[in-house]
Design a protein around this ligand. Structure first.
Ligand code: PHB
Ligand code: FE
Length: 331
């Protein structure tokens, strides 16, 4: 018997972004490429790779929220820090190992410039049938060579009331008629509306609406909308299913009110990523997320959550300088 000679098939080189029909993008010294399954981020110290689905879901939030408050971690390595006018793109900045090995990298941009690059990536890399705002059960897949686009899904604007949803001239109540049917998970949510009896002369001042009904008709997940505003107090409810696509690093205190069902939160140290705690929130629970942590939520069934944000533009600096404590109450 002659021993078998093993030959290793040479294969072919992995197709590049260009072969697959995708554009590559640059922001400063950082280059973004995608292939059938992954996003690749090339920066002066190396390459970071993320699953394309997770990358697009996170990118959708970073774009739609204008970089949000504090840090938006796409994973344990890559993300953005909002400085409200400028924004830092970072690799490994909030990762203890990257920091220790001096492998971290940060570049600062005008927020509008980086937002434009991110919008362009999202538009080019989101294929027909994939909706980065939707729950996994409610969307197709993002993989493969470039095919079509989904500009309609990624172009949704974040609902942001001036005063309150449903007031004259303000953001509209959702209904079947304007394209927001009740979600499959909320078929049991009553759709009645409160009766409003207003003293003549106060028609523009007194208002109420059924928040449960409003949320039951949300077509997106993990996307807080501003439904009422009182000075810097923003009430931002949202419907959640599967995993929050980013790990949010707070630069201020943020309150959570679990309105229905359950969410499990992983809490980590904001700077290092070390685990801090697990928080289980059941319907009716209220929690204050401190200003020195990052958090990511898991919602096994579509649930309703109110995120209560403090929009005061000085509060981040008060926390950063240690002038105020990272938590709002002491028991
Ligand atoms: C958060 O980071 O606090 C957050 C973001 C999006 C959500 C819920 C919570 O849908
Ligand atoms: Fe948060």
């Amino acid at each position: 018997m002659t021993p078998a000679t093993a030959t290793v098939p040479a294969g072919t080189a992995a197709p590049t972004a260009k072969d697959l029909g995708y554009r590559s993008f640059t922001a400063g010294h950082v280059r973004f490429e995608r292939d059938e399954y992954f996003a690749h981020i090339f920066y002066p110290k190396g390459r970071h790779t993320m699953p394309i689905e997770a990358f697009l879901r996170a990118l959708m939030r970073d774009v739609a929220w204008g970089f949000f408050y504090g840090t938006v971690n796409f994973d344990g390595v890559f993300g953005t820090t909002n400085h409200y006018g400028t924004v830092d793109l970072y690799i490994g900045l909030y990762n203890e190992s990257y920091r220790r090995g001096n492998q971290h990298y940060v570049e600062r941009f005008d927020a509008k410039d980086l937002k434009k690059v991110y919008e362009d990536i999202l538009a080019d890399w989101t294929n027909e049938g994939f909706d980065p705002f939707a729950a996994p059960e409610e969307t197709g897949l993002p993989y493969g060579p470039k095919h079509g686009n989904n500009l309609k899904a990624i172009g949704r604007t974040r609902v942001s009331a001036n005063r309150m949803i449903g007031l004259k001239g303000d953001a509209e109540i959702r209904s079947d008629a304007n394209g927001y049917p009740v979600n499959r998970a909320f078929a049991d949510v009553p759709q009645d509306a409160p009766e409003i009896h207003v003293e003549p002369g106060f028609e523009a001042e007194v208002h109420a609406f059924n928040l449960y009904a409003y949320l039951s008709r949300s077509d997106v997940t993990w996307n807080p909308s501003v439904v009422s505003v009182c000075k810097d107090s923003l009430l931002c409810p949202t419907t959640e299913e599967h995993i929050l696509p980013i790990t949010h690093g707070n630069d201020r205190v943020e309150w959570f009110i679990q309105v229905s069902d359950e969410i499990y939160w992983d809490i980590e140290d904001k700077a290092s990523g070390k685990p801090v705690s697990k928080v289980v929130m059941k319907a009716g629970d209220v929690a204050a997320m401190p200003a020195d942590i990052r958090h990511r939520g898991y919602s096994p069934k579509r649930s309703m959550l109110i995120v209560w944000e403090n929009n005061d533009n000085q509060v981040a600096e008060l926390h950063a300088s240690g002038t105020i404590k990272p938590y709002p109450v002491e028991f």
